[in-house]
Design a protein around this ligand. Sequence first.
Ligand SMILES: NC(=O)c1ccc[n+]([C@@H]2O[C@H](COP(=O)([O-])OP(=O)(O)OC[C@H]3O[C@@H](n4cnc5c(N)ncnc54)[C@H](O)[C@@H]3O)[C@@H](O)[C@H]2O)c1
Length: 278
Amino acid sequence: MNVDGVVAVMTGGASGIGFGVAQALAKRGAKVVLADIEAERALAAAETLRDQGLEATSCYLDVIDQASWDATADLAFGHWDQAPQLLFNNAGVAGPGTVHGVSRQTWAWVFKVNVEGVYLGVKTFAPRMLDSGLPCRIVNTASEHALGLPDSAKGGISAAYTSAKHAVMGYSLCARRDFAGTNLSVGVVCPGPVATDIWNSFRNRHGDFGGPRLLVVEGEVPMSRSLPFATAGERIVEQVEDDAFFIFTNGPNEAEVIETYQAEVTAAMAAFRQRYGV
Ligand SMILES: NC(=O)c1ccc[n+]([C@@H]2O[C@H](COP(=O)([O-])OP(=O)(O)OC[C@H]3O[C@@H](n4cnc5c(N)ncnc54)[C@H](O)[C@@H]3O)[C@@H](O)[C@H]2O)c1
C-alpha cells in the first residue's frame, strides 16, 4: 500500500511503538491522527511531528469507550476532509499474574483494552472504510506472545497478556477472511521486545478496574536489550507498504517463539497420527 497522502489513525499514538509507526508514516507523506487516552502526551507528540514539517493531529481516545471512538472517527474523516485509509489498533496494556494468581480485575482489564479495544476500532472504522471504496487497511497489534509463548513469559507472569494477544491474532485472522475481496485488507503486528512504557501500563488503568497505579512489571525482557521504538516503527511501515499480513519487528525473538510452538504442534500431530492411523 502506498501510504503517501493517506490519512492514518493510530491508537496509542502518544508513545512507544504507536508513535514510532506514526512518525515513519508521516515521513512518507501520511497524515496521522494520534489517538490516545493520554491526550496531553498525544498533543505534544503531534506537535513534535509538526515541528518536523509533518502532518499530524491528536485526540483523546479511550479504546474501550464507543463514544470516544465515534469522536475519533469524526475527527479523522473531517480534519483533512478525507476518508482515513489506515487504522492501527495499536493501544495495548500489560498486567502481571500467573494463570491462577492473576486478579480478576487485571484479567478483565487486559482483555477489555487489548481485545475489546481492537474489536471496537474495527466496528467503528470498517463500515466507513468499506463505504469509501478507497484502498484501506486495518493493522492490529498482537505480539510475539500471539505466536506461542515467549521465553521471557515463561515465569508465568503474563497469563492475561499472552492470552489476550492470542485472541487478537484469532480476531485478525477472522478479519482477513471477512474482508477478503473488499477494498479493506488486514495486517497483524507481532512485535518482539521493543523499548517502550508498556511495563508501566497500570498508569492508564481505569477506575472500574482498580484505577491508575505506578506498577512496573518486573521480570520481562530488560528494556536495554529491546529494539528502539523508532526502528520498530520503520520496520512495521515497510511491511505495511508490502501489504504483509504477518508483520514482525525483531526477527530472532519472533522466530524462536513460533518455531518452538510449531515444533511442538508438529510432534504432537505426528504422535497422534501414529497412534490412530488417521
Ligand atoms: N513494547 C513491547 O515490547 C511490545 C511487544 C509486543 C507487543 N507490544 C504491543 O505494542 C502496542 C504498543 O505498546 P507499547 O509497547 O508502545 O507501549 P506504550 O505503553 O509505550 O504505548 C501504549 C500506548 O497506548 C495508550 N493506551 C493505553 N490504554 C489505552 C486506552 N484504553 N485507550 C487508548 N490508548 C491507550 C498509552 O497511553 C500509550 O500511549 C501494545 O498493543 C503492546 O501490547 C509491545
